[in-house]
Write a protein that binds this ligand. Sequence first.
Ligand code: GUN
Length: 248
Amino acid sequence: MILVGEDPASKVYVNNKKKACEYIGINSYEYLLPAETSQEELISLIEKLNNDERVSGILCQLPVPDHIDDQAIINAIAPEKDVDAFHPVNVGKIMTGNFDFVPCTPAGVMELINESGIDVCGKDCVVVGRSNIVGKPMAMLLLHRSGTVTICHSKTRELAEITRKADILVAAVGIPEFIKGDMIKPGAVVIDVGINRIAPKKLVGDVEFEAAEKIAGAITPVPGGVGPMTIAMLMKNTVKAAQINAQK
Ligand code: GUN
């Protein structure tokens, strides 16, 4: 795991990933680099790890400081060690449905859906958010399960009319409590990917939980819903990377 700079949320995420590795018996190493690290230095560390046989998986926590091009960093990670599934090779594989690694957050959402016995086939699925990390791959995974998928975002017109048709609603827009109770179809499955800190000790999701839970048939809380699943899926990808790299 590589962390560049001092972003407090990133530090918490990296620490949680480290604890999960310890819990399941994966050796993890952290490279905590100063914010002034150059792009060249960061890429040269990644190349060293790409070539290190003892390393199965590489993760650079995003965001990186502004002077570093995050896509250049993602592109530098060997696809077979890319446990985040952010590299264009892995992104392309998700499009075709023939993938080794699934991006951790969408994978965690699918695991919650599966384990709750929810059948996606034929359902109206609405994903609010179009990021490369969550929204886009989330839509693909739901499509692979034969959902009828609509991707919306902050510029979508008449958003509430679209979300109100959703049997499965995934909120991944990064705006605190953006999805209100009256935007939800009664009985819908509501999955909240947002983690927004609105006060030093208060995290909320992208869904107004109190109103939404009265209307939804099933809903995930924040914190404690999708977040821990993301880390569990990272562990799964890392084990898979170890298997793939052992066969080479
Ligand atoms: N920043 C926010 N989410 C993630 C993630 O899943 N992986 C990485 N590397 N950075 C992130």
